[in-house]
Design a protein around this ligand. Sequence first.
Ligand code: ADP
Ligand code: MG
Length: 679
Amino acid sequence: MFYPFPASFPKATLGKLAKLGICSRFDLVLHLPLRYEDETQLQRIADLAPGTNAQIEGEIIHSEVAYRPRRSLICQLHDGSGILHLRFLNFYPSQQKQLAVGKKIRALGEARMGYFGMEMVHPKCRSASEGTPLKQSLTPVYPTTAGLPQATLGKHIQAALNELELPDTLPPALLKRLRLPDFAASVQLLHNPPPDVSEAALAERVHPAWLRIKFDELLAQQLSMRVHYRKRRSRNAPQLIARNQYTRQLLQALPFALTQAQQKALHEIRHDLEQAHPMQRLLQGDVGSGKTVVAALAALQAIENGYQAALMSPTEILAEQHYLKLRDWLAPLGIEPVWLSGSMKKKDKQAAAERIALGKTQLAIGTHALFQQPIEFHKLGLIIVDEQHKFGVQQRLALRGKGDEPHQLMMSATPIPRTLAMSYYADLDVSVIDELPPGRTPIVTKLVSDARREEVFERVRLACKEGRQAYWVCPLVEESELMEVELQNAIETHRQLSVAFPELNVGLVHGRLASTEKAAIMAAFKKGDIQLLVATTVIEVGVDVSNASMMVIEHAERMGLAQLHQLRGRVGRGAAQSLCILMYQQPLSELARARLKIIFENTDGFEIAQQDLHLRGPGELLGARQSGVPMLRFADVSADAALLASARDIADEMLRDFPAAAQAHLQRWMANKHDYLHA
Ligand code: ADP
Ligand code: MG
C-alpha cells in the first residue's frame, strides 16, 4: 500500500518533491490541484472583459523589447477580432523565439485594461498551429516549488495515477451507505476533471470527489486515535475501588455540596478507576466550574487503595494554589501532600523526590518537574493533569508508564466546540461539568477605549474603597519579539498605578519573577494585603481569589478569545457583583471588533469557542502547532463537521467489523507520516 519511488527515479526531482511533502508515489496521487485553468475553449479578443481569465488563439504581429519603464518583452497578438498586448517582465531568449512575428500561439491569462488597450501580463503561451485540438478537460495547477515546473510535476502525478493500483479501503457496504464515490475515481477526477464538471464545486471543495478525499483523511485521523485508545485499554492498571473512606470524609467537611454536574463527572471517574485498564479521561469544565474538588476526590480514591496520586499543573502559581488548597482539605484526613517544582532548591527537591520514591507521601503536587528524571514513584495509581491543553498531545502520551499503568485524568478549562473535541480528543473519554456552582453573580463586561483610562481609574478606586480587590492585566504575549517591551509596560503601569493610588497597596506579578517571589505576591493578594494586582497573563489559568471582583484588561484587542475568557473567569468567584473592563486601543481592525463583540455578548465559554472557531478556524483555537496533532490538509473541522461526525462513527464500526480494511486505510494515509501516537 505504501508506494516508494523506484530506484530509477531522478534524484534531483526527489529532493524537490520532498520539499512539497511528497515522499512516495502515493503522496503524488494526493498532491491535489490548487486550482484549474480552463484551456477547453477559445475567446475572441473583441469579447474580452477585463478581470476575466481567457484563452486566445492568434498570430504574433509585432514583437519588441522595450526598455522603459523597465526592460520587458511586448508582443501584439491578433486573432481577426482585435489586438491583445502580451507583456513579459522576465523572459528568456527561447520565449522571444516562441513569440516571434508570424508565430501562431495560444495565450492563457487574465485580461486587463492596460495603457495600450486590452493586455495580459505573463500569460501562459504555447505554440498552436491551425487545428491543434483544445484540451478536453480543465488543466490542474499544482502547488509546486522552485525548479519543478508544473508540467514536470503534472507528468509525475499522471504516471503515479496510471501505474498505482488504488483499491478502495472502504468496504463497499459502507461506501454505499455514505454515498461517497470510489477513491480511485475521486483522485482521477480531481486530477483530470471531465469537461462537464462544475468548476465551482471543485473550487469550493464540495464536489463528491472532494468529499471522499476529506472523509478519508478524517477517517484516518479518527482511526489512528481510536486505535491508540484501544491499545491503552488493553494494558493493565490497578483497580482502584471506591471505598468511600477518605472521599466521604472530604465531602462531609466541604462547606458546599457538589453540583449535579460535578457529581455526574465524579461518578464516571470513580467507575473508570475501578477498571483493570487505565482510565484516559478528560474532564472539561468552564473556568470556575469546580474541577479541583473532583480531582481531589479522584486522588483520594487512589490513596484509599494504597496507591499514590500525582497532580501536575502547567505553571508554578497554579500548582502552588492546588498545593495550598489540597493541603488544607486533606490535613484533617492525615494526608500530607508533597510539593515539587523545577525552581526548588536542589536539596529540597531531593527530599521531595525521596518521599515520593519511598512512598512516604500519597500525593505529589507540582509542575512537569514531577515527571522528569530522576523522580520515581513508589506506587503511582493516578496522574491528574490540570489545564492539559497547555501540555499538548506529545506530553500527554509521554506520561505513559511502564508495566502497570497509572490511570490518567486530564482537566481542561478551554471550552472546545463539540466538533473539534471529537477530532482532537478521539483518544479520550470525556466528562463535562456544564454547570457553575450556585450563588455566583454573573460578570458584567464593559468595553472601554483606552482614551478613557481616567474613568477606569475611578472605578478601581471605588471598588477597592469598598474593600474589594482588583486585577489589572497587561498582556504579555509569549514568544513575541515585543516581550521585553511588554514586560516594561507592565512595570511602568505598576509604577503609574502606585502613584495614582497612594492609598492602596499595588502589587506586580509577572513571569520573570522568581517563583518564591510570585508565590509571596499571590499569597499577599489572597490575604488582602495587596488590593490591586498588576499582572501579566501569568494569572490566566486557575488563580482563585474570591474577593477579587474586578478586572481591567489592557489591550484586550490583542488577545485571543479563549484567553480573555479564561482571564475574565478569575473574577466572579465570590457572591459580589463582578466587573470586567476590557480596554482597547483605537483604531480597531474589523476582526478585533468582531472578537470583542463576541466576548462582550457571551459568558458561556462553549459559545465563545464556537463563535471563535467560525471567526478564525481551528488552528488558532487549539494552538495546534504546539498540540502535536497532525494538521488536516484537506478537511476543515469547522466546515466539514458533518463529515467528521460520520468519520468518527465509521472508525469505530470499521475497527469492530472490518479490521483489515481499517488497517489498510491507516497504512495508506499514515504510513509515512510521523506517527505521534507511537511517540
Ligand atoms: P476550576 O474548574 O476553574 O478549576 P475550581 O475548582 O478552582 O474551578 O473552583 C472554583 C471555586 O469554586 C473554588 O473556590 C471552589 O472551592 C468552589 N467550588 C467548587 N465546587 C463548588 C460547589 N459545588 N459549590 C460551591 N463552590 C464550589
Ligand atoms: Mg482549575
